[in-house]
Each structure stands twice: as C-alpha cells, then as structure tokens.
Design a protein around this ligand. Structure first.
Ligand code: PXL
Length: 264
C-alpha cells in the first residue's frame, strides 16, 4: 500500500510529518511525503520559530512525480500554511490518488476553541471545501466548531456529514463523559478515557494511524478501535514521561500495537 502524507516538517516537537512517516510505516505502508513548510518547531507553545513555506517546491516536486507515473492508495493531508496550499492539495488529490483510493483530511485549524497562529475564518472556509473532497475527515472538537459554527458535537457532526461521508470528531466533552463522534450512515459514538492535560501532536498521531488503518483495508469501526487504543496508550505514556508537553507525544514505544495488527 502506497501512502502520500502531505504535511509540514516541524523539526522539533513531534507532529505532522515526523509523526506521519513512522506511524504510517508501522501500518506497513510505503510512505512518500509532500512537505508544505519547514519550521524549526511547530507553532503551538514555542516562540521565535522559523517558517519557510514550500509552495514553489511542492509544485516542482509534483511535476517531477507526474513523470514517474506515481499513484497513491491513500493520501492524507494535515497542516497547510495558506489558502493557496489548500487549493494545491485539492489538485494533488486529483492528480495522484488512485481510482478507488482514499483521501483523508485532518483539517488542522486550532485547539482549545481558538485558531492556531496564522489561521482565521476565511482559512476555515477554504479548509471546509477540502473536507468536501475527502472520504474521511478528522477534526478535533475545536476544528469541528470552527468548520461549522456548531459547538454541540452532534450538530457539528450532522453539518459535516452534509459535505463528507465519514466525518470523525476525535474527542468532545458530553453529558456522558468524553466521546469520539463519527458518522457512518448515522451518528455513532465511542466512549474515550480522558487523560487530563493537553497533548500536543495527539491529533497527528491519530490521523496517521487512522489513515494507515483504512489504507490497509480495515473497516471504519476496527480502524477507530485500533487508533483509539494506540493514541490512548501513547497519551498515558506521554503523561508519565514528558514534562513539557509541547515536545510532543512519546508514541514510539507503543508502535508495536500497530505493527502487531499489520504483521502480514
Ligand atoms: O499538530 C498540529 C500542527 C502541525 N504543524 C504545525 C503546527 C501544529 C499545531 O500547532 O503548529 C506547524
């Protein structure tokens, strides 16, 4: 299975491509990468970081790939630095996704009910139009709100289901506790164990594992079960082992859960 991960390279802080590569590889995928930007660190919690957008290079890379005839079983996109990049990802999907391949979009916009630095309402609208081309979208509770204007996860899910067949809200507080919401012909929920605190990069770990699972042919329910298990164990380990959470998740020693599931 050949996967293309479109995301930034944050050199420090374990997120985006530095997570997508190992996690998708653990699923048994051959992973190619299309970097959207090069940063010294991610933007969540660090100051003074460098940021080099790679728009021109992305176009040249894709033009070269076209001469190689590359096609992907799964394309997953994450952090995009501008509206032009969102448009470029849409084009990349059309050029490089195999007939019947899967497009997984993590609409990276924000957390804790605020936009990440550099994003605003017009960027969210552009991201929503990319979601409309996806088979699966993986917003967190903040992103589902920023995309739909609905704080209630059931209402947000119903709105997102109008544009994408399988929206997945990766975690939201409800009167029943902490739950994952997904749409599979109707609303479904999965109870989650909430670990107190904020875990930077958790969304990227989730997205990479999920994209690998569905790319390898797992059904939606099994893909979510494995992804939730992998993320939960990684979060527990991070809570124990990482004093400064902006340095990202300690997921590496939990990768065996994933490799075990994809031994064949
Ligand atoms: O983890 C999401 C993410 C990815 N890439 C960059 C980010 C963030 C979140 O802060 O800043 C550059």
């Amino acid at each position: 299975m050949r996967a293309l991960a479109i995301n930034d390279i944050s050199c420090v802080g374990k997120c985006s491509l530095t997570v997508a590569l190992p996690v998708l590889s653990a699923c048994g995928a051959t992973v190619d990468i299309l970097p959207t930007a090069l940063l010294s660190t991610h933007t969540g919690g660090f100051t003074g970081y460098t940021f080099l957008p790679l728009d021109d290079e992305m176009r040249k890379i894709c033009d070269h790939w076209e001469t190689l005839g590359l096609k992907y079983d799964v394309i997953c996109s994450g952090y995009l630095g501008s509206r032009a990049q969102v448009e470029f990802v849409r084009e990349t999907k059309r050029r490089f996704l195999k007939e019947g391949g899967l497009f997984v979009v993590d609409p990276v916009l924000g957390d804790n009910f605020a936009f990440y630095k550099g994003f605003d309402e017009s960027f969210a609208a552009e991201m929503l139009s990319l979601c409309a081309e996806a088979d699966y979208i993986l917003p967190n509770d903040t992103e589902s709100f920023l995309l739909t204007g609905k704080r209630d996860p059931s209402e947000a899910l119903a709105e997102l289901a109008k544009v994408c067949p399988h929206p997945i809200i990766t975690g939201a507080d409800t009167d029943r506790g902490y739950e994952l919401f997904y749409y599979d012909g109707g609303e479904r929920r999965l109870p989650l164990c909430k670990v107190e605190g904020s875990f930077h990069g958790a969304g990227d770990v989730f997205a990479a594992c999920f994209a690998g699972c569905v790319g390898r042919g797992m059904d939606l329910k099994s893909a979510l079960a494995l992804t939730v298990e992998f993320c939960y164990r990684s979060i527990l380990r991070t809570a124990r082992e990482v004093p400064d959470k902006k340095y990202g998740m300690n997921y590496e020693k939990e990768l065996s859960i994933v490799t075990e599931a994809f031994k064949e």
